[in-house]
Design a protein around this ligand. Structure first.
Ligand code: JFZ
Length: 582
């Protein structure tokens, strides 16, 4: 007979999901419980969650590292030179051949202290490294496999321990990416786009549950107990049912305070949502983190030399921060252990800007504005940081703000007050003729009260759709967040949303988020306004599947219509906002 025991308080972000875990799942984890009914686990309060996430929210900017035996291919296999960390899957490399190639993964130039210092000099406050990516290879000596750094490479030594030590010595937090479901080498690991239990090589055939029990669960336990990571970054929940995710989620109790993302599997929300390779146009509610590559690939590719520019990356960080998100920017080191120089250069460029302007980023929260033609804004209590990308040619910065301001200064010249001219629905700030910073100039604006801005005209609009799916009504597109969506029913290829404003408004732009579906929708859009009884086209084009922002000559109207069309899938929008003139 089993004796009931108290469970450790599970203070991870699984509040709802873990409250009624099946006893059998916990027993599998070595936790003995009373099997007579569902288990109730202590859940954290909102205040405890705030405390747990405090360092992460303050940090804003982190380094993602994709490193594994794929790095030793440098993106090349036979004729093709465009692969990344998916090389084994995309090229369908047989398991034995792929394993043998790990002999060429020998990071003799690995200098974890130098990596951490590069991250720190970039202004990054945390690091997330691939402890195991989809190739299934462990960067540390795992007791449950020989497909790891110790047994499969000439290097033999743990790669994670010295990085963890270096990060902590430099005051950075450190976390692990762990591919819990996809594993292309161990039998039974999931292979995306192949049926469960199989792959492209008979050596991959096996039972998913056995894989999870004998590889994934013990490896996550190894990672949590040996290194005490601050983050566990799950990825691609292929075939992950609620029952399969639960034992992995339960393990998180081994590391109180750990932060996890939303990719473990069905039923487990985690703490953070994870827009990948894009910045949501209107932002997400809650804690979120955009992860992004500097070039095209996550893993090292020798030909991947077309990199995002430093100014582009700085403005992405500002944009993300202005919507309350974090930025996890990736590097892909070589098999020798070197971060490519071009990527290091970009990190240094962002770091140089942050060294001067960090006050406007670290520890800030979402700014109050929905859209600004000239830039973005972050917030610290009653202080706003106005990030000016497009410096006003007439020396007047127009801020759509209703609250009373007490002072404005340039971040770098706190002694010099800028003149303020309050108007009924905006504040005009006199600024010097020349932009202090070519990328983003920061103005510190102190308010006498919490910020209040003119309401979004689309929040007050009545919205109708030409067609909508049950449960995905038109009103979801104007609820203020991209969390819920409007979607046309199956088979519909063109659909519109009509917005009737309570009063005519002077509008000069719009922002839209697209449904978070895979594959991403590719849509065409046309936005029109009804002016003097006729529809006038304001903006038209194609989306990138994530969202779209458009500007047009200011128009006064009370009726607007956006028409969405797509060839594959049904048209839809997660959020649509019209922006008034400043
Ligand atoms: C995943 C990984 O596959 C990728 O290698 C990288 O690690 C990135 C950070 O995360 O990217 C994805 C995730 C989901 C899909 C495609 C790529 N998807 O839903 O098809």
């Amino acid at each position: 007979m089993k004796h009931p025991r108290f469970l450790p308080a599970i203070s991870v972000g699984l509040t709802l999901a873990l409250t009624t875990l099946a006893p059998a799942l916990l027993a599998q984890e070595g936790v003995t419980v009373d099997a007579s009914g569902p288990v109730t686990v202590a859940v954290e309060t909102p205040a405890q969650r705030d405390t747990r996430l405090a360092w992460w929210r303050e940090a804003k900017f982190g380094l993602f590292i994709h490193w594994g035996t794929y790095s030793a291919y440098a993106g090349q296999y036979k004729e093709n030179k465009n692969y990344g960390e998916w090389i084994m899957h995309t090229a369908k490399i047989p398991v034995a051949e792929y394993r043998a190639h790990a002999e060429t993964f020998n990071p003799v130039a690995y200098d974890p202290v130098a990596w951490v210092r590069a991250a720190k000099a970039a202004g990054m406050r945390y690091i997330v490294i691939t402890a195991k990516h989809h190739e299934g290879f462990a960067l540390y000596p795992s007791d449950v496999t020989d497909w790891d750094i110790a047994d499969a490479t000439p290097w033999k030594k743990d790669l994670l321990a010295p990085l963890v030590a270096a990060a902590r010595a430099e005051g950075l937090h450190i976390g692990f990416y762990y591919s819990q479901a996809q594993d292309w080498v161990h039998a039974g690991g999931a292979k995306a786009r192949f049926p469960e239990g199989g792959g492209w090589d008979a050596a991959q055939n096996g039972d998913t549950d056995v894989y999870l029990r004998t590889i994934a669960v013990p490896q996550v336990r190894e990672l949590l107990t040996r290194y005490q990571p601050d983050i566990l970054w799950w990825d691609t929940p292929t075939f992950m049912t609620k029952e399969r995710s639960a034992p992995l989620a339960a393990l998180l109790a081994l590391r109180p305070g750990i932060i996890t993302n939303n990719r473990l599997g069905s039923g487990f929300a985690g703490d953070t949502s994870t827009p990948e390779q894009f910045v949501p146009v209107t932002g997400y509610p809650g804690d979120w983190e955009t992860c992004m590559t500097i070039g095209r690939n996550w893993g090292y590719n020798a030909n991947d030399t077309q990199l995002k520019s430093g100014p582009d990356l700085i403005r992405k960080l500002v944009n993300i921060s202005s919507m309350g998100g974090n930025f996890l920017l990736n590097v892909g080191p070589t098999a020798e252990g070197l971060i490519p120089q071009g990527q290091l250069d970009r990190l240094a460029e962002v770091g140089a800007w942050l060294a001067k302007n960090g006050d406007s980023i670290y520890g800030t929260t979402r700014g109050p504005f929905q859209s600004l033609t000239w830039g973005r804004a972050t917030r610290r209590g009653d202080r706003l940081y106005l990030h000016v990308f497009n410096w006003p040619a007439d020396g007047k910065l127009r801020v759509p703000l209703l609250s009373r301001a007490t002072s404005a200064t340039l971040l770098h010249s706190p002694g010099v007050k800028l003149a303020l001219h309050p108007e009924p629905a905006r504040l005009i700030i006199d600024v010097p003729a020349d932009a202090p910073d070519p990328v983003s100039s920061v103005i510190v604006l102190d308010l006498a009260e919490p910020p209040v801005v003119p309401p979004l005209v689309t929040r007050a609009a009545s919205v109708t759709a030409s067609a909508e799916q049950p449960g995905q009504p038109a009103a979801n597109a104007t609820d203020g967040t991209g969390a819920k969506r409007w979607r046309a029913p199956a088979g519909v290829k063109s659909a519109w949303l009509d917005f009737n404003l309570p009063a005519p408004a002077l509008v000069q732009g719009f922002g839209a988020d697209e449904p978070d579906v895979w594959p991403r929708l590719k849509q065409r859009y046309t936005l029109a306004a009804e002016v003097d009884g006729l529809w006038r086209e304001l903006s038209a084009g194609a989306t990138d599947g994530h969202g779209v922002v458009g500007r047009f000559a200011p128009v006064t109207a009370s009726r607007f219509r956006i028409t969405m069309e797509c060839e594959k899938g049904e048209p839809g929008l997660a959020e649509f906002q019209l922006y008034q003139a400043e």
